[in-house]
Design a protein around this ligand. Sequence first.
Ligand code: PLP
Length: 401
Amino acid sequence: IYFWDADGKRYYDFSSQLMNVNIGHQHPKVVKAIQDQAAKLCFAHPGMATEPRGELGELLARVTPGDLKKTFFCLGGADANENAVKLARFYTGKHKIMARYRSYHGATYGAVALTGDYRRLPVEPAMPGVVHFLDPHCYRCPFGWTRETCHRECISHVEEIIHYEGADHIAAIVMEGVTGTNGLIVPPDDYWPRLREICDKYGILLISDEVMSGWGRTGKWFAVDNWGVTPDMITTAKGLTSGYVPLGAVIVREKIASYFDDKYLYAGLTYSAHTLGCAAAVATVKVYEEDHLIENAVRVGKVLGARLEELKAKHASVGDVRYIGLFSLLELVTDRASKAPMGSAVMAEINKFLREKGLFTFIPGNLLFVVPPLCITEAQLDEGLALIDQALDIADKAVNP
Ligand code: PLP
C-alpha cells in the first residue's frame, strides 16, 4: 500500500494511484507473469488466439455475473465504453444512449460524450445521441427529497425520459456500477434491479461501467453483484490488471456475442488482447483469489465504514461519508444544514498537510477519497485514518459558527 518518492519519502497510497492499483504495488506474481510473457511472446496479431488471451477469456466468464461470457479486449476504460456503445448500436439497430449527469466514462471523444460532468462541456458537440438523466444521490437529492421522504423519483424519471426520447430510439443505458469520481454515489438497493426491469420492458441494453467499481473494490467482483443484477455488458479496465499493464475489456452476454457469430463487428484495434496485458490480467485475477483480497475488502471495509462514521461524529466539517467495501469518501462542508461545500483553499491545505505527513489521496473539490489497495490491513488503515483525523481539524476551523 506504500510508494516512495525520489527523496525516499514513504507515502500511504490511499487512492490506489488512480483507483486502479487494487492489488497493491509491485505484486511479485504479476511482475513475474509480465516478465515471463515478455520472454515468451510480446505480441500477436489481434485476430490470433494466444494462451493468455484464452485463459483470461475463461477467467472473465467465470468471475462476471450471469451469462456474461465473451470478451472484447481493448486498452483502457474509455475505449471499453466506446466499443460497448458500438456493440449496442450494431446489436439493437438503435442509436441513442442514456447516461447520468454525475458520471465519468473516459476522456476520448465518445466516452466524454457519455460523461455527464464538466469534462464534457469543452468538447461539445461530441458524439451525438447521448441523453443524460439525474442521479440517485441521496445526500444531495436532485429532486429535493430526503432519505425519509424519498419515493425513488431518481428511478421513475428515467422511465419518463424514455417515453420522451422514444424507446425505439434508445440502444442502451450506461451507468457506473457505483459512481466514482463524481462523488462515490452508492445507489439505493432497489436502484439497479429496477433499472434492469425498465431496460427489459423497453428493449434497452443495460451497460455497467465497472472501470473503477469493479475488481473487488466494493467487496464483490463487480459492483452490480451487490444487487444481484446481470447487465447486458460490463466495461472494465483499471483493476483488471491493477494498472501494471494497460488493458480494457467489454464483457457481453451470450445473446450479444452470438449475434455477431455471422456478422462482422467493425471494432478492430492493433493492440486488442495485447499479450502482456492479458498475461498481467490473468495473474492479477489469480491474485484477487489467492490473496483473498475481495474477502479483505469486505472485512476491512466494515472497519473503514465504522471509522468514517466516527470521523463524521467528531468533525463538524464532515457533511457526509459514503462507503461500500474499500471504496469511500468524506464530503466536507462549511455548514451541515446548507451543505455548502468546503472551499478550495481549505481543501488544498488539507492535501498539503496529508502529503507532508506521507499520505497520498484523491481530493477533488470538497471530497476526500479513501480508496486504498485491497491488501490493506486494519492497522495500516487506522494509521492512515489517524492522519486524516488530524487533517480534519483544519477543516473544522472553516466551519461556520
Ligand atoms: N469509466 C470510469 C468509471 C472511470 O473511472 C474511468 C477513469 O477514471 C474511465 C471510465 C476511463 O478509463 P481510462 O482512463 O482507462 O480510459
